[in-house]
Design a protein around this ligand. Structure first.
Ligand SMILES: Nc1ncnc2c1ncn2[C@@H]1O[C@H](COP(=O)(O)OS(=O)(=O)O)[C@@H](OP(=O)(O)O)[C@H]1O
Length: 731
């Protein structure tokens, strides 16, 4: 960093008490005793190190616990160590040289060092390598917490639940015997001493009860003899994946069989939790599963690895659908077929690596709530799950100050959404964009039932005219009408989004024999909906977007007239001028109407939000005045943008109707069919003072729009925009 920037940064850090975390980059040449420029600190680089320890007296340690030695070589041969010549420095971690000719009694070398800020007023933590070494990942968390004065601190509480799926499912000779169940109970008891409330959570499929060898059937019996020592949840009677049931009644019948089995065998049925085989039906959502779960089991919480995607595992999140909480489920590295240690991919070393600071360990460090998936087979045979969980819990206790506990799934769900309330709202993705999701997506459902382009509004810009004219096109199909909102589905904004993907797709006819059909929908409220671009992009990342813009002042006035005709008492009691000049202390209904009049017209702001998800090439802006005066040309341009060939010639299908004062559709009888009287209304012109006020109001937004249009490569600026701006300058 050059001197000027460096001074600026230092000044900023001193003034606002901002700490710095630094990492020594690996260098090609080895430095011995080189001084760090400007600091009483010396470094040696490119060292091999072993046997890491922590400084128990360091004030930084919070999540990380000192006292043990991480024996063995540290990863990489390019470590930097620090030697200090000033009381500002205090080591946080040490290690020894990993070299035969290095005396064992030599004092350890500082691999992470804290600068208390006594030298230049800035606190720092400097790491002598990147974050390859697992212990340094913990130290980074603690450094962030320390340097941010506790603002960037994770809670120390961690909740753990271990689900055992496929109880009673499994080939002969891979199932639990009596001694396995005894080991399960004994390990559970030892874990309970470390993790209060811990019980293995058993997911059963009753159909396969007693399907093992004679010895294994005794194992089944023993599980039931100890039924109260575990918690239980329904998996699926016959282990069939829910998305394969097209008929909810069948699904319900099979669920009822598992429930009857539970009742017959004294298994509790009130946990409110269930897990579906292969997580099918949970995400992507198969509505039938949610329906049947509610009816038969009164399910309130489930978990899946698939939301939003299996990988990367650290990004798995939760959501709530139809009042069922879906929690993220973690993998511990054991799968149905990992039953013998010698067949564990990478061998024992790999499993231990995951436990001792690796993936499994970090999963628990980073997630306040962990639901792990295992299978019955992981508890028989080499009992890898018992080894894995007991070991990782001990390792956590040895190296961290985390407080582990467990609780039933319902409590975990409630806790999860207290911690992450913003996750309650799902974000639906396209099941066909993820191979795993496609595999658990019903054969009867297709992703072709999704629109290829969206007309996003805003309202009162001519969206109905565009929708109607597009629908004349032989290769273009709109959505089916909605009983509530007519031609608009209004899915991505408002409550409809919670109805899910099946509901949305039901509006789009399947294109039989006409694969080139362009499905689209128009919902004019999408344009300014806060959440809409993100949601739309998650489901339709390749969709094209069409927006129509006209003078925001005129749009606001048209909206006002619209609400008056719809009998809105506020619009009928207040003049347009009173609405747009209403202050923030005005009654709420008046403020709401003011906002609905004014906000959509802040075009640049809304477009920028769309453009933070979609690339400009996916966006087509129509000039609303051009659509009104020359729809034929507008539609030809639009076809070019959509790359629809052969182009449909609109000139013989649209004609100006002098009575209506707008272009209308030409019918077979050569008459014109115009939009209803709610579109293209007659109302008095806007008062001049209102127009002038709105010009000023929209000045900054319109200026931003001009810039945006130029950035998007527009060669012409719409006439209305020029007028709105020019007049403002003149007044
Ligand atoms: N061909 C044609 N026929 C009728 N109306 C047309 C046409 N082209 C554009 N317009 C203008 O469309 C305005 C209504 O816009 P929207 O359809 O987007 O309104 S809505 O948001 O769906 O309610 C409507 O606004 P008002 O004039 O205020 O009624 C019209 O100006």
């Amino acid at each position: 960093m050059d001197k000027w920037n460096r001074e600026l940064l230092d000044k900023y850090c001193r003034e606002y008490s901002v700490g710095i975390v630094g990492f020594a980059p690996p260098g090609e040449e080895s430095l011995v005793g080189a001084q760090l420029k400007g600091f009483p600190l010396f470094i040696h680089t490119n060292l091999r190190l072993k046997d890491a320890q922590l400084n128990a007296a360091s004030p930084i340690l919070r999540l990380t616990r000192s006292g043990e030695t991480a024996w063995g070589p540290l990863p990489g041969g390019d470590w930097t160590i620090f030697q200090a010549n000033h009381s500002t420095y205090e080591p946080l971690a040490w290690a020894h040289r990993d070299s035969l000719d290095y005396p064992a009694n030599k004092s350890p070398l500082a691999t992470v060092i804290q600068d208390h800020g006594r030298y230049d007023g800035i606190q720092r933590v400097l790491f002598g390598s990147g974050l390859r070494f697992w212990l340094h990942k913990l130290l980074l968390l603690d450094s962030l917490s320390y340097l941010s004065h506790g603002q960037l601190s994770l809670s120390l509480n961690r909740m753990i639940l271990v689900d055992v799926d496929d109880i009673f499912v499994g080939e002969k000779s891979t199932r639990l015997r009596k001694d396995d169940v005894m080991a399960l109970l004994a390990t559970q008891q030892r874990i309970q001493a470390l993790v209060p409330g811990f019980k293995f959570n058993l997911g059963f499929s009753g159909k396969y009860f007693h399907h093992g060898t004679a010895e294994e059937n005794l194992g089944d019996d023993m599980l039931l003899e100890n039924v109260d020592r575990f918690t239980w949840f329904s998996h699926m009677w016959n282990h069939q994946q829910p998305h394969l049931y097209e008929n909810v009644t069948h699904l319900q019948l099979d669920m009822a069989l598992n429930k009857q089995f539970a009742k017959d065998h004294g298994i509790p049925t009130g946990s409110g939790y269930s897990v579906s085989p292969h997580h099918s039906g949970v995400y992507p959502v198969h509505e039938g599963l949610y329906e049947a779960w509610k009816r038969v089991w009164n399910i309130k919480v489930t978990s899946t690895e698939e939301y939003p995607h299996l990988r990367p595992a650290r990004l798995r999140r939760g959501f709530i659908h139809r009042n069922i909480m879906v929690l993220p489920r973690q993998t511990c590295g054991l799968f149905t077929h990992t039953i013998f240690i010698e067949r564990y991919p990478g061998g024992r070393e790999k499993l231990d690596e995951s436990i001792q600071g690796g993936e499994l360990f970090q999963t628990i460090v980073y997630n306040p709530i962990n639901i792990f998936m295992t299978h019955m087979s992981n508890y028989g045979n080499d009992r890898l799950a018992l080894y894995t969980f007991e070991s990782v819990i001990k390792f956590i206790q040895c190296w961290t100050n985390l407080r582990l506990s467990s609780a039933p799934p319902l409590q975990l769900g409630e806790r999860y959404f207290q911690l992450y309330p913003e996750e309650a709202d799902p974000v639906w993705g396209n099941p066909c964009d993820d191979q795993r999701h496609q595999k658990i997506w019903s054969r009867n459902k297709t992703c072709d039932q999704l629109p290829r382009f969206l007309v996003i509004g805003p309202q009162k810009t001519g969206t109905t005219a565009l929708y109607t004219f597009l629908s004349i096109h032989p290769a273009i199909s709109s959505n089916l009408p909605s009983p509530d909102t007519f031609e608009e589905i209004q899915f991505f904004n408002g409550k409809n989004y919670y109805k899910g993907l099946d509901w949305y797709m039901s509006f789009f006819p399947t294109a039989k024999n006409e694969s080139s059909r362009y499905l689209f929908e128009k919902s004019a409220t999408y344009f300014d909906g806060e959440l809409v671009p993100r949601r739309a992009h998650a489901l339709l990342p390749r969709a094209k977007l069409i927006t129509i813009l006209l003078s925001p002042a005129r749009r606001a006035y048209s909206w006002y007239q619209h609400t008056r005709v719809h009998g809105d008492p506020v619009a009928n009691n207040y003049s347009f001028h009173s609405v747009i000049t209403a202050s923030d202390s005005a009654p709420k209904p008046l403020r709401d109407l003011r906002n609905r009049c004014l906000n959509p017209g802040k075009y640049a702001q809304h477009l920028e939000r769309w453009l933070s998800f979609y690339v400009p090439q996916q966006l087509h802006i129509i000039d609303g005045e051009q659509l009104r005066q020359n729809p034929v040309e507008t539609l030809h341009e639009l076809q070019r943008f959509l790359k629809i060939t052969p182009a449909f010639n609109y000139s013989s299908h649209l004609r100006y109707d002098p009575k209506k004062g707008f272009f209308c559709q030409v019918t077979n009888e050569d008459r014109t069919k115009c939009l209803g009287k709610s579109k293209g209304r007659q109302y008095p012109p806007m008062e001049d003072r209102s127009y002038k006020l709105l010009q000023r109001y929209y000045l900054s937004h319109n200026t931003a729009l001009v810039k945006l249009l130029k950035r998007l490569g527009s060669r012409t600026i719409p006439q209305w925009l020029k007028e709105d701006l020019t007049d403002t300058v003149m007044t």
